[in-house]
Write a protein that binds this ligand. Structure first.
Ligand code: HPA
Length: 250
């Protein structure tokens, strides 16, 4: 497939399809790394070609630690995507990262384990050590922040995304440690997606949707799942507005 894709989106929990994708076609991509989480849906938003992939599958059957991140990233690249926005549900740690906030983080600390984290992780593959000092594309982050401003959406600029293994939520002590480490947000799916995107030289950035206060950061003794889903629904509703503004800017 050689036709360019202007933007690819990887939808996280709560975002299983992209509303307003016209003339959509489904691509079941077979990759050297196995199957992606679902078919990649490619369609138009106005004059722009947009690809969408549900990270957990469209029926949310794949937990964070079982997502085939390599197949997902490879499939988007194979279909012609060069700009990828990962949408990730997160817990908020920093005081200005409360439920329903949208953030475009600028750093990552990876606490995941036992995931396949590199395209090098195949017998005979060339070993590459990518620069990951700045894990997200500065250009795409700026474009997202400019788009948010143009669409009059409140988005927090920056923050450190702590990626945990899941699928369970964290203990208070784990979050206290992550806070000491400098994490502002916690999620289970930000890595290795970002690193794999860098290996394929994709422009990649994250839009983090805060679903709840991380353990011990809010007033509640426990994190309530119905609240997570209500907050995510409210935050997710802003994503198409942001994406349309991003596309409109070119
Ligand atoms: N922790 C990890 N991942 C998450 C959380 C959380 O509190 N909320 C949504 N995704």
């Amino acid at each position: 497939m050689t036709r360019t894709i202007d933007l690819a989106l990887v939808g996280g929990t709560g975002l299983y399809r992209f509303p307003g994708l016209e003339d959509a076609e489904r691509h079941a991509v077979d990759t050297p790394y196995g199957h992606p989480s679902d078919s990649v849906v490619v369609g138009r938003v106005g004059a722009h070609r947009v690809a969408f992939l549900a990270r957990h599958g469209e029926s949310h059957t794949i937990p964070p630690h079982r997502v085939n991140y390599r197949a997902n990233v490879w499939a988007l690249h194979h279909l012609g995507a060069r700009r990828v926005v990962g949408v990730n549900a997160v817990g908020g740690i920093r005081s200005d990262m409360g439920p329903r906030v949208l953030a475009v983080p600028d750093q990552i600390i990876d606490y995941t384990c036992d995931r396949l984290t590199s395209f090098c992780d195949v017998a005979g593959a060339e070993v590459r050590h990518i620069d990951f000092s700045e894990p997200y594309s500065a250009t795409l982050r700026k474009a997202l922040l400019d788009a948010a401003r143009a669409a009059e959406l409140a988005v927090v600029d920056g923050g450190c995304y702590g990626a945990t293994q899941g699928p369970r939520l964290e203990t208070r002590a784990e979050i206290a440690r992550m806070k000491r480490d400098g994490c502002d947000l916690v999620g289970m799916t930000g890595m290795p997606e970002a690193a794999l995107a860098r290996e394929l030289e994709l422009d990649y950035a994250c839009v983090a949707l805060v679903a709840n206060w991380a353990a011990g950061c809010g007033d509640e003794a426990e994190i309530s799942l119905p609240e997570i889903f209500a907050n995510l629904e409210a935050a997710t509703a802003q994503v198409p507005v942001l994406v349309k503004a991003l596309l409109a800017a070119g």
